[in-house]
Design a protein around this ligand. Structure first.
Ligand SMILES: [Mn+2]
Length: 314
């Protein structure tokens, strides 16, 4: 019988919660990673998964028929005139159980959880958390030859600083050292660098770099024309790649940056050019998110990218 009471709690896009993650099955599975022990500035990204769940409920399908997979009729992208994610099933796998202080133990748990989620779906989506989590997340794909595309204001390619090698400023260097990662591409970089070693090291390592300013001046098509992708691709989105004037909710805002349309266009372009097998969204920090706008943008971008990866079912 229909009663005017909504049951349950906020999940990603209202998708059903996987009560038993080891038995879950869906096209898309979301995993929260409420970890911000590796940030060197303003903490709070551990609240990112909860904020994204809240924001994404605005996109909850209204089918009302629980027999339909989450996604159900999907969503109409009004500006493109396309229905996305129709008939694509989704599940919320919950959050990684993070423990106090034990960095490598937490990384091990993140890798193990990511591997499990990956095994239960077609496209896993990971929601952080500070950007250090991308290293343990990518480690869950060691059976692939992987290209990693990073959208970020910052390079996160520092080898070591104050004796630390696993902060949210080191993870792309560590990712580039993984034997199964063939290529790293960094999009949206900007800022005034106090150390040039990471920039020079990335160039030396063959990392492709596309700055925010190039995208703003040349457009996405032009700026990404020379980006060549090989093999399966993992995309990591640091939400601070967006202009902090429109997306304040992040720990390390950087002047300049790109807008929603530009990031969406870049993601869709990549999805059309290569096989994206997973992605993460990091550094959403609701503590600084004016009117929850950043969380809303991040939720919408997740739908946009998923829609480009998985075609609607007729
Ligand atoms: Mn980052």
């Amino acid at each position: 019988m229909s009663v005017p009471i909504r049951r349950g709690w906020n999940t990603f896009f209202g998708a059903p919660l996987a009560n038993d993650p080891t038995a879950a099955r869906a096209d898309v599975a979301f995993l929260g990673v409420p970890f911000d022990q590796a940030t060197n500035d303003r903490p709070g990204a551990r609240f990112g998964p909860a904020a994204l769940r809240d924001a994404s409920m605005r996109f909850q399908p209204v089918d009302g028929d629980e027999s339909l997979p989450a996604g159900g009729q999907g969503w109409l992208d009004a500006e493109r005139g396309e229905r996305i994610l129709r008939g694509v099933s989704m599940t919320d796998m919950g959050d990684v159980d993070i423990r106090t202080l034990e960095l490598q133990e937490n990384f091990r748990r993140i890798t193990e959880a990511a591997a499990l989620v990956r095994s239960r779906c077609r496209v896993p989506v990971f929601v952080g958390g500070d950007h250090a989590i991308t290293l343990p997340l990518v480690r869950a794909f060691e059976d692939r030859s992987l290209t990693v595309v990073q959208f970020d204001a910052h390079q996160d390619y520092t080898d070591e600083k104050f004796g630390q090698r696993f902060s949210h400023d080191n993870q792309m260097r560590r990712v580039s050292e993984l034997p199964f990662v063939r290529q790293v591409i960094q999009i949206g970089l900007r800022g005034a660098l106090e150390h040039t070693e990471p920039w020079e090291a990335a160039r030396r390592d063959g990392v492709q770099i596309v700055t925010s300013e190039r995208i703003v001046r040349e457009g996405v098509d032009g700026a990404l024309a020379d980006v060549h992708l090989n093999g399966d691709t993992y995309v990591t989105i640091d939400i601070d790649v967006l202009d902090p004037a429109v997306a304040t909710g992040t720990g390390f805002p950087e002047p300049g940056g790109i807008g929603y349309y530009q990031l969406k266009e870049a993601l869709l372009l990549l999805a059309g050019r290569t096989r994206i097998i997973a992605f993460d969204v990091c550094e959403l920090n609701p503590t600084y998110d004016t009117a929850d706008v950043t969380a809303r943008i991040a939720a919408r971008l997740m739908l946009d990218l998923l829609g480009a990866i998985i075609p609607s079912r007729e």
